[in-house]
Design a protein around this ligand. Structure first.
Ligand SMILES: Cc1ncc(COP(=O)(O)O)c(C=O)c1O
Length: 484
C-alpha cells in the first residue's frame, strides 16, 4: 500500500496538523471566565487540529466503510432490519413534536398526548389487547415490565409463585428479564418441529410456575401452531402467558395475539414499526395487556377524558411504578404512528405478507445447498445450519465473512442456540425480488467456493479495510483507547 492509500486509515488525531482549524467563533459568552477556577483544566485537551474540510472528509470516509440498511441488503436474523421511511423523520422533526418539553403543562401538550394515546390505541388494535404502555425503552425492558406485571398480579391474588418457563429457543433477553424480575427460569425443550412440546410443558407446569414466556413466531421463524392449547394449559394451572412479540413483523394485520390466549406481550417499535435501531436512535418496547392486567401498567398512563381532552393519570395504586422517565421515547411513538397511519390496515397486512413471502422464497431457493434442521414453513425468517459446509471445515461465521465480499451484510450467526452453526436470515419485506435473487446467488456462490477451495473462504473477507479479526480477543480484550 502506498503512503497516500495508507493515510486514509489514520485516525483524526493522527491527521492532526498543528495550527489548522475550522471556524473561529467570537468568544462572546466569555466561556473561559465563567468556569470556576478549581474546575478549569490546567492544560488544553489534545484534540485533533484539522480544518472543517478535513473533518468532513474524515467522517464521510468513515461513513463509507460502514454497512447499514441504507446502503446494503441487511438480512440480520431476529433484528428485522427493514427500511425506516424518511417521512417518519420529517414528522418527528416537526416543531412542537421535536421541541416540546416533557414538563409542558398538559393543557399545552394536547397534540403530543394525543399522539401517545393514538399510538397506544393502534398497537392495542394490532395486537387485540386492551391496554398499552409506551414507557419501556427497548424490547428487553418491555419484557421486564411485562414479567413485573405478572408478578404484581399474582402477588395480588396471594400466590406470587416462583418460576417462569422459557423455551430453549428463546432470545437471551428472555431469561435475563425473568431473572432480573426476581423469578427463576425453568427451560423447556423444543420438539422436532422447533415448537413447544405440549407433553414437556404439561410436566413442567407445577403450581410454583407463574407463567410461560413464549416468542411467537419463535426464533426459528416458526409459528407455534399449538399456541391455543399451550395457553389453555398454562391458564388451567393458574399461570399467565407472556408473549415476546419482537417478531410481530410476521403477524401484524394477520393474527392478533390476544385471540390465541396471550395475557401480556411487548412489541419492538424499532423492529416492526420502522423506528431506528440501536446506535441509530433510542429504542421502544411498548407493553400490551389484557384488561385484568391494566391496573398494573407503569405510571402514568395517557388517557382521554369524557370532554375529549388528553391527560396523564398518576392515580394508579396497583401500578408497578415507573420503568423509565416521563412517557417513553416520545420520538419513537411519533415515527411508529406515522408508519402505521401511512400504511393503514391493508398496507400493514401487505407488509406482513411480503415479509413472510420473502423469507419462504429465500428458504426454498437455498435449501438444496444449506442444511435446514427444522422443516416447518417459515414466518419472518429462515434458519439453516452449517452442517454440510462444516464437513469441509467451514462454519457459519466463515460463510458470513465471505458474504461481505459479495456486498451483503451478514445474516445472524450461531443463533438460536438449539441449531448448531445457525445461519439465521431475515430478509424483511423491504427487499425486492431482484435483491433477494442477488443474495441467493451470492450464498450459492459461497457454497460452491467451499466445495472447491475451503481455505480460500476461511480467510475472507478480502475487500474490507480490516480483514479477518481474532473475534474472541476483540470481544474479550478490546483495545478501545487510542495511545500515541
Ligand atoms: C425475539 C427477541 N426478543 C427480544 C429482543 C430484545 O429487544 P431489544 O434489543 O430491543 O432489547 C429481540 C431483539 O432483537 C428479539 O429478537
Amino acid at each position: 500500500m502506498n503512503d497516500i492509500a495508507r493515510s486514509d486509515n489514520r485516525l483524526s488525531i493522527e491527521k492532526s496538523d498543528p495550527g489548522r482549524r475550522g471556524i473561529r467563533f467570537k468568544n462572546t459568552l466569555k466561556a473561559k471566565e465563567s468556569i470556576p477556577a478549581g474546575l478549569a483544566r490546567k492544560t488544553a485537551p489534545k484534540l485533533p487540529e484539522l480544518s472543517e474540510f478535513d473533518v468532513v472528509r474524515h467522517y464521510t470516509k468513515l461513513s463509507k466503510i460502514n454497512f447499514s440498511v441504507d446502503t446494503h441488503f441487511y438480512p440480520l436474523g431476529s433484528c428485522t432490519m427493514k427500511y425506516n421511511p424518511r417521512v417518519n423523520e420529517v414528522v418527528a422533526r416537526m416543531e412542537g413534536l421535536a421541541t416540546d418539553h416533557p414538563y409542558t403543562p398538559e393543557s399545552l401538550a394536547q397534540g403530543c398526548l394525543r399522539i401517545l394515546h393514538e399510538t397506544a390505541c393502534c398497537l392495542a388494535e394490532i395486537t387485540g389487547m386492551d391496554a398499552v404502555s409506551l414507557q419501556p425503552a427497548a424490547g428487553a425492558q418491555g419484557e421486564l415490565t411485562g414479567i413485573l406485571i405478572i408478578r404484581a398480579c399474582l402477588a395480588d391474588r396471594g400466590n406470587p409463585r416462583k418460576y417462569i418457563l422459557v423455551p430453549d429457543s428463546a432470545h437471551g433477553t428472555n431469561p435475563a428479564s425473568v431473572t432480573t424480575s426476581g423469578y427463576e427460569v425453568r427451560n423447556i425443550k423444543s420438539n422436532a418441529q422447533g415448537c413447544v412440546d405440549l407433553a414437556e410443558l404439561d410436566r413442567a407446569l407445577t403450581d410454583e410456575v407463574a407463567g410461560l414466556m413464549l416468542t411467537n413466531p419463535n426464533t426459528l421463524g416458526v409459528f407455534e401452531i399449538q399456541i391455543r392449547e399451550i395457553a389453555d394449559l398454562v391458564h388451567a394451572r393458574g399461570g399467565l402467558v407472556y408473549m415476546d412479540g419482537a417478531n410481530m413483523n410476521a403477524l401484524v394485520g394477520v393474527a392478533q395475539p390476544a385471540a390465541f390466549g396471550v395475557d401480556v406481550m411487548h412489541l419492538n417499535l424499532h423492529k416492526t414499526f420502522t423506528t431506528p435501531h440501536g446506535g441509530g436512535g433510542p429504542g421502544s418496547g411498548p407493553v400490551a395487556v389484557k384488561k385484568f392486567l391494566e391496573p398494573y401498567l407503569p405510571v402514568p398512563t395517557v388517557e382521554q377524558t369524557a370532554d375529549g381532552a388528553y391527560g396523564l393519570n398518576y392515580n394508579r395504586p396497583k401500578s408497578i411504578g415507573r420503568v423509565r422517565s416521563f412517557y417513553g421515547n416520545f420520538g419513537m411513538a411519533v415515527r411508529a404512528l406515522a408508519y402505521i397511519l401511512a400504511n393503514g390496515f391493508q398496507g400493514l397486512k401487505q407488509t406482513t405478507e411480503d415479509a413472510v413471502l420473502n423469507a419462504n422464497y429465500l428458504r426454498k431457493r437455498l435449501e438444496d445447498v444449506f442444511d435446514l434442521p427444522y422443516k416447518a414453513p417459515s414466518m419472518h425468517e429462515c434458519v439453516f445450519s452449517d452442517k454440510r459446509q462444516a464437513a469441509r471445515g467451514v462454519r457459519t461465521i466463515d460463510i458470513a465473512k465471505r458474504l461481505i465480499d459479495y456486498g451483503f451484510h451478514p445474516y445472524t450467526t450461531a443463533f438460536p442456540l438449539i441449531v448448531s452453526g445457525a445461519l439465521m436470515i431475515e430478509p424483511t419485506e423491504s427487499a425486492c425480488k431482484k435483491e433477494l435473487d442477488e443474495f441467493i446467488e451470492a450464498m450459492r456462490a459461497v457454497a460452491q467456493e467451499i466445495e472447491e477451495d475451503p481455505q480460500f473462504v476461511l480467510k475472507a473477507p478480502y475487500t474490507t479495510r480490516i480483514t479477518r479479526l481474532d473475534e474472541a480477543s476483540a470481544a474479550r480484550k478490546p483495545i478501545l483507547r487510542w495511545k500515541p
